[in-house]
Ligand binder design. Sequence first.
Ligand code: SF4
Ligand code: SF4
Ligand code: SF4
Length: 177
Amino acid sequence: MRYAMVIDTLKCVGCSDCVVACQTENNVPIGYCRDWITETVNGAYPNIELELKSERCNHCENAPCVRCCPTGASHIIDGGIVLVTPNECIGCGACIESCPYDARYQHPDGYVDKCTFCHHRLEKGQLPACVSVCPTKCMYFGDLDNPNSEVSKLLKNRKYKTLAPEAGTKPHVYYLI
Ligand code: SF4
Ligand code: SF4
Ligand code: SF4
């Protein structure tokens, strides 16, 4: 099992419903976020294109945040999900510094927090909150090891990219382009 999220940039309208759903589902404190929307202008005038992306932790296969954590609070579980155990985190911030995606934040309660791929919902057979509310259905979630999963089929049939591939982190969030 290798969980992945696939997001279709051609269908994202930047509404931020995914951000609000995540904040509600995961009690993210006001002023912080586990996911966010980016806007990038591609091309040159007059052929310019606005790319909207819902970004979050990439649940990297080669995760620097896990390698640098001195206590083991940051760890990878079955399915390749990167998690933080709050009561093992000393809040040193090494993982925040090491993440090329700026995906982590210091929680006011003293530990570091980030996207969990809604692990608690997966355990109940539910999709991540952000995926489940997207009004344009541009977010997909599933198992890359299953060739018949929707995510596997999309990555087989569509062009895609990952963010900052040069960082060598092997992200598990893919953007259809
Ligand atoms: Fe760690 Fe950042 Fe990769 Fe998430 S995106 S696994 S926080 S390095
Ligand atoms: Fe590990 Fe917490 Fe330090 Fe991050 S802040 S490296 S999770 S102990
Ligand atoms: Fe937030 Fe869950 Fe989506 Fe991650 S998978 S961004 S924790 S709603």
